[in-house]
Design a binder for this molecule. Structure first.
Ligand code: TRP
Length: 337
């Protein structure tokens, strides 16, 4: 194998295995990963952060494997390509755990206690106990994930900004002690996008208001049918108020502005009913995501194939990770093996 590293910049990003992705996850994150991969400008590493899931959901890990498979099926269906990107499972590259421990030695406790997501979650999460050691170290593990591959760019949502910043600080501190091993990565923030859910709140798995990328047509139609429209429009002949209607607002997201404007006009003029608009909304969603949905369902019916992709990707990632770890062990002068 050549020791030469490609001159391309490296992209590293991961998602916790929460299972099926909804349309908001796709529009806000996955679509951007696919775009970065397709640009051909980067070497991409995308992984399932299952050890990160363990830091908060350690009490019940029974869904982890299935969630990993479902999420990977969505990734592949959406266009992540194992020929062009290294797609892997964090835990299948044990070097992440090793680097996490080494970085934890150079990370001051105060840095971790000040991370805004940590403080926020300690205050707000009551349904599970996150007073454990690993949860505080969550950003240290994330730093290990990123600098393991000497990542240059980290495509993440704005909520992850503090974690990437901390990664830079940890890399800098390591380099100060042990010599220049790691480049400092930069966040590539995706534009903030809030997709409405079927109940008008932000689309979120935990609100139970999400439409999933892999949802079948009849499921999408049923979800659209259950949505709330303009509450003041009682009869079909009443004029509607599209600005107060979840269905109209959501339809606007999934179609062109011209089409949405023209439907809004018809709604105001009572020329179209809410049931019809729901049907058009469902059609628009199916048209836009139908191909991804059927590919994802096909992959799910073939889990061995999905696992095979992940294990092959993990083998590749492990080779890169081991190169970095050899340098790290040497740098810290703990290099017996
Ligand atoms: N913390 C990230 C999130 O919740 C997931 C993650 C883990 C990650 N390791 C990473 C993202 C490394 C980017 C790079 O979304």
């Amino acid at each position: 194998m050549s020791e030469q590293r490609s001159t391309k910049k490296r992209i590293v990003s991961g998602m916790r295995p929460t299972g099926s992705l909804h349309l908001g996850n796709y529009e806000g994150a996955l679509k951007n990963w696919v775009k970065l991969q397709d640009s051909g400008e980067y070497e991409c590493y995308f992984f399932i952060a299952d050890l990160h899931a363990l830091t908060s959901d350690y009490a019940d890990t029974s869904a982890l494997k299935q969630n990993t498979i479902d999420m990977t099926a969505d990734w592949l269906a959406a266009g992540l390509d194992p020929e062009r990107s290294t797609i892997f499972i964090q835990s299948a590259v044990p070097q992440h755990s090793e680097l996490h421990l080494i970085l934890s030695a150079v990370t001051p406790l105060g840095w971790l206690e000040r991370v805004p997501t940590y403080k926020e979650q300690r205050e707000n999460i009551t349904e599970k106990d996150i007073g454990n050691y690993a949860f505080l170290g969550y950003p240290v593990l994330q730093a290990a994930d990123i600098i393991m591959y000497k990542g240059n760019y980290v495509p993440v949502g704005k909520d992850q900004a503090a974690h990437v910043e901390l990664t830079r600080e940890i890399a800098r501190r390591f380099n100060n002690f042990f010599g220049d091993v790691f480049p400092e990565p930069q966040a590539l923030h995706t534009e903030v996008l809030v997709l409405p859910g079927t109940d008008g709140r932000k689309m979120s798995k935990s609100y139970g208001n999400a439409i999933y990328l892999a949802d079948a047509e009849d499921v999408i139609r049923e979800k659209a049918r259950m949505m709330i429209t303009d509450r003041t429009r009682i009869k079909r002949t009443d004029p509607g108020h599209p600005e107060n209607c979840d269905v109209c607002q959501m339809h606007r997201f999934f179609t062109s502005p011209e089409t949405a404007d023209s439907f809004d006009d018809d709604c105001r003029g009572a020329r179209i009913g809410c049931v019809d608009r729901k049907r058009v909304l469902a059609d628009a969603i199916i048209e836009r995501y139908g191909a991804i949905a059927s590919r994802s369902r096909e992959l799910r019916s073939n889990p061995d194939q999905v696992v095979d992709v992940l294990l092959k990707g993990s083998n590749r990632a492990r080779i890169e990770a081991e190169k970095t770890m050899a340098q790290v062990r040497k740098a810290i002068k703990i290099d017996w093996v």
